[in-house]
Design a protein around this ligand. Structure first.
Ligand code: SF4
Length: 236
């Protein structure tokens, strides 16, 4: 089975299984509702913060400031107060303020639809820009966060060190019509079964396609190694 065929199988299985697991990423979808303003704000706030923590803060923020214009008028201190509860809240409040100013004043409230322009917004890196392209505009691209990067390597789909390399390599092997599904499916798996510290391989619906899983058992059969459950085998 070549890599594109393997990806097809993995996507097919995860599309069936992930919704049943109801991962925290579902909460994020509910709060941002494919609205470009909300997708932008959630993207900026989600940096180094789990969805479970980010979502309640996003909800609070959207209740206070339902539109970009409302947020633009809010004093920085008030935004900071609203964001308390997530990491780096002061820095994120500043990014939000600057990003919304740019959105309203330079783009008339309409987010641009290219990666190049989106990454010029404060607090928006390549991953968040790709998330915006997918969820606000339905574009075909792959958003690579730590879950996607880690799991794509564990599965043996790529052999990369950085998320940008993973995005580039995945785009070579994932059929384009599946690109925008990859983030949701692998983040959903990473939040529920393939957790960074302790992947629950026995319950994993795609273990038969996973290189890490296969290697784990080859090594354990030989009785020479243990796993530290951080995605690596360790010599005894
Ligand atoms: S088999 Fe284990 S390591 Fe592989 S994707 Fe599933 S949970 Fe992750």
């Amino acid at each position: 089975m070549d890599k594109p065929q393997k990806v097809e199988k993995i996507v097919q299985i995860l599309e069936r299984e992930i919704p049943k697991l109801d991962p925290p990423i579902h909460l994020m979808f509910k709060v941002q509702k494919n609205d470009p303003y909300k997708v932008l704000v959630c993207g900026i706030l989600s940096a180094r913060s789990k969805d479970e923590k980010t979502v309640p803060v996003c909800e609070k923020l959207f209740n206070k400031y339902p539109t970009a214009e409302d947020l633009l008028k809010a004093p920085l201190e008030e935004i900071e107060e609203t964001l308390k509860g997530i990491g780096l809240y002061r820095q994120k409040a500043r990014y939000l303020k600057e990003a919304i100013k740019k959105l309203v004043e330079e783009y008339g409230g309409k987010l641009p639809q290219t990666l190049e322009e989106l990454t010029k917004f404060p607090g928006v890196g390549r991953k968040v820009a790709n998330i915006i392209l997918i969820h606000a505009f339905g574009k075909d691209t792959i958003a690579v966060d730590t879950h996607v990067h880690r799991i794509a390597n564990l599965l043996g789909l790529v052999k990369t060190k950085k998320p940008e390399e993973t995005e580039r390599e995945l785009k070579k092997i994932v059929p384009k019509r599946l690109w925008k599904k990859i983030n949701y499916l692998l983040v959903g798996l990473g939040q529920t079964i393939c957790k960074p510290q302790k992947p629950n391989c026995e319950s994993c619906p795609i273990k038969e396609f996973c290189e890490f899983y296969k290697n784990l058992f080859k090594q354990l059969d030989k009785g020479k190694n243990q796993t530290d459950y951080k995605g690596k085998l360790t010599n005894k």
